[in-house]
Design a protein around this ligand. Structure first.
Ligand code: GLN
Length: 287
């Protein structure tokens, strides 16, 4: 042990504990060590950091969190929560971490809806995961209702928790299933951030994604495009008159996804780029 790694038992206050955690994170080469240490301290104190209220239990919890971080676990997984569109979303092993790139889909949807945001829209979110897309849209569209579908019951549970956490539980329904199988009704807006990584590329992904995001949420089949083929073949009957389909895509998939959807009778209207300048959200309609 070096002089800088003071024994955690000596951490008599949260600021001392925070400095100790920051030093350990920094020594391990973590970029935002100071910020992460601050957030981890807030996490173990339940976000109410009151001087003088630091307990040995909190020291132990912080040490454990830092140990997990040093073992390579993503910061947000340790927190068990990640922010999306300024809203909190709980994570579970069955769900992808919501990513800022997917906020492109939300911005695009809201722009597309314009004044219709106030209407009693029906929204469908396929492969809902944490529910981040549906819950965010419902929080932005006060009269809308929606259904989120996921293959995993555990993801549906997490999404329900997130709907409640963000005050939209009364307008959101989550159901376990495979895409639109057995689903009736038509929707004004259908959104999806499907698994779109080609199976063979999974092994080459950043370890943070590969080892901690669920495979099911990543793997889009041989060429990564399987979910879009399903959408092209099934969404026609689920779209209301004047409705739109908004799909997130991965790197280099824009032309392929446009072609697949065109074969399903959809018209491509527009593509929107993420903050990195890559086409990320594609808008489709039927007429
Ligand atoms: N819809 C969720 C999200 O955008 C889950 C996506 C997924 O699991 N591929 O984060």
């Amino acid at each position: 042990m070096t002089a800088s790694s003071t024994s955690p038992d000596a951490a008599s206050s949260s600021s001392e504990a925070r400095r100790h955690a920051a030093r350990r994170l920094l020594q391990a080469g973590i970029d935002n060590a100071a910020l992460e240490a601050r957030w981890l301290v807030e996490h173990v104190t339940g976000a109410s950091e009151t001087p003088g209220c630091w307990t040995p239990g909190m020291t132990a919890a912080l040490e454990e969190a830092v140990d997990r971080r040093l073992a390579g676990e993503p910061f947000w997984r340790i927190l068990g929560e990640r922010e999306f569109w300024g809203l909190p979303f709980r994570l579970s092993p069955a769900t992808l971490e919501p990513r800022p790139d997917s906020e492109t889909l939300i911005a695009t949807a809201l722009e597309l809806l314009g004044a219709r945001r106030q209407d009693p829209l029906r929204i469908l979110d396929l492969g809902t995961g944490t529910g981040c897309l549906l819950v965010t849209l419902l929080s932005e569209c006060p009269a809308a209702t929606g259904i989120g579908i996921d293959l995993l019951g555990e993801a549906c549970e997490t999404a329900r928790t997130n709907a409640a956490l963000n005050g939209v539980a009364g307008r959101a329904l989550f159901r376990q299933g495979s895409w639109t199988d057995g689903l009736d009704g038509r929707f004004d807006l259908i959104v999806s951030n499907p698994p779109y990584i080609p199976s063979a590329d999974i092994a080459t992904l950043d370890a943070v994604v590969r080892d901690h995001d669920p495979l099911l949420a990543l793997d889009g089949g041989r060429d990564g495009l399987d979910p879009y083929r399903i959408f092209a073949g099934t969404l026609r009957g689920r779209l209301a008159d004047g409705g739109h389909v908004l799909l997130e895509i991965g790197a280099g998939q824009e032309e392929d996804v446009k072609a697949i959807m065109r074969e399903g009778g959809f018209i491509w209207l527009e593509s929107r780029c993420d903050l990195g300048g890559h086409p990320r959200a594609l808008i489709f309609a039927l007429h």
